[in-house]
Design a protein around this ligand. Structure first.
Ligand code: ZN
Length: 318
């Protein structure tokens, strides 16, 4: 049995472009409203559409509507064989361990890393051979280049030292359970009262010790004239490097973005400060000289000392 898209439009009251985008996420390509799809696909898209819980934003002529959705992007459903190892590095950092001998085929070298650490370090090294080795490992876990990975990781340790290595480590873009994210979501939910797309601003110190600006917002996907706001997903963006660090779901799962740099120290910052997001935000103002709430430049001495501008402090006191 099959049904036409036009029936879905009638039953849900949603328009075709929204249906197209939800269908695409389920791997179904829709070209027009008379197209037929299986009953099973019909029900699947219908269910997703029912999760579009609300629309926000001004709906004047020419303005874009924001669709709030409870679903998770498809990346969150990927299977990750490294989830325990990733969580361990985030919670404990790269720990100094006793060296052990790694043997593979007829080769033998001394290394202080486990395989996952060695490949994760290779992944973050700016050396094409190293990134290729890491890519092959994370793709099929065929570790014929195991010795080479450990050699590269060990020479990186000599070159950069322990502390710097956490800035080098990169994770594959696979979902894993991270930390208690309740406070982050509570903070963004609270701010939703004042803005359609609220922002949490946080500063962190990069490998050179200088502050970089991070922005946390609900994940937004734009296509055609529709803007989907995933209210169960926060995206961390490094505004200083203009790159996406990771996505975090309300259930605590985190997906590092492909090629995301410095993910370990950034996520560790949130793990360490999970209980006090407010303090993290004020630190932003103190470190960057911009208002912790709205991001505008602070000009008077009192505001700079406080990390919050005169208008925003009044709104807080409200
Ligand atoms: Zn402000």
């Amino acid at each position: 049995m099959s049904k036409r898209i036009i029936q879905l439009i009638k039953e849900t009251g949603k328009d075709i472009s929204l249906i197209k985008s939800f269908a695409r996420r389920s791997g179904i390509v829709i070209s027009n409203e008379y197209q037929k799809i299986s009953d099973q696909d019909f029900e699947r898209i219908q269910k997703l559409l029912e999760e579009v819980i609300d629309t926000i934003g001004n709906k004047g002529k020419g303005s874009k509507e924001l669709y709030l959705t409870n679903e998770l992007p498809v990346e969150f459903t990927n299977v990750n064989p490294f989830t325990v190892l990733q969580t361990d590095i985030l919670q404990n950092g790269l720990r100094k361990k006793q060296a052990s001998f790694i043997e593979y085929n007829d080769k033998k070298i001394e290394s202080v890393f486990d395989d996952f650490e060695a490949y994760s370090i290779c992944r973050g090294l700016n050396v094409s051979r190293a990134t290729k080795i890491a890519r092959d490992f994370f793709r099929d876990q065929n570790i014929t280049t195991r010795i080479e990975a450990h050699e590269l990781a060990m020479s990186a340790l000599k070159k950069y030292g322990w502390k710097m290595l956490s800035f080098v480590v990169r994770f594959p873009p696979l979902p894993f359970q991270s930390f208690n994210v309740d406070n982050l979501f509570t903070e963004l939910d609270r701010k939703t009262k004042d803005a359609d797309l609220p922002v949490i601003r946080v500063a962190y110190s990069n490998e050179k010790g200088s502050p970089e600006k991070l922005e946390l917002k609900f994940y937004v996907e734009r296509e055609a004239d529709k803007t989907h706001v995933f209210k169960n997903v926060i995206e961390i963006k490094n505004k200083s490097t203009n790159s996406i660090v990771a996505q975090i779901a309300r259930n605590g799962k985190i997906v590092p973005s492909e090629g995301s740099r410095n993910i370990v120290p950034i996520i560790q910052l949130f793990i360490t400060n999970a209980a006090n997001i407010g303090k993290l935000q004020v630190n932003y103002g103190l470190e960057t000289g911009e208002c912790s709430i709205c991001g505008r430049e602070l000009t008077d001495a009192t505001s700079i000392k406080r990390g919050i501008g005169p208008v925003c402090i009044k709104n807080i006191a409200r």
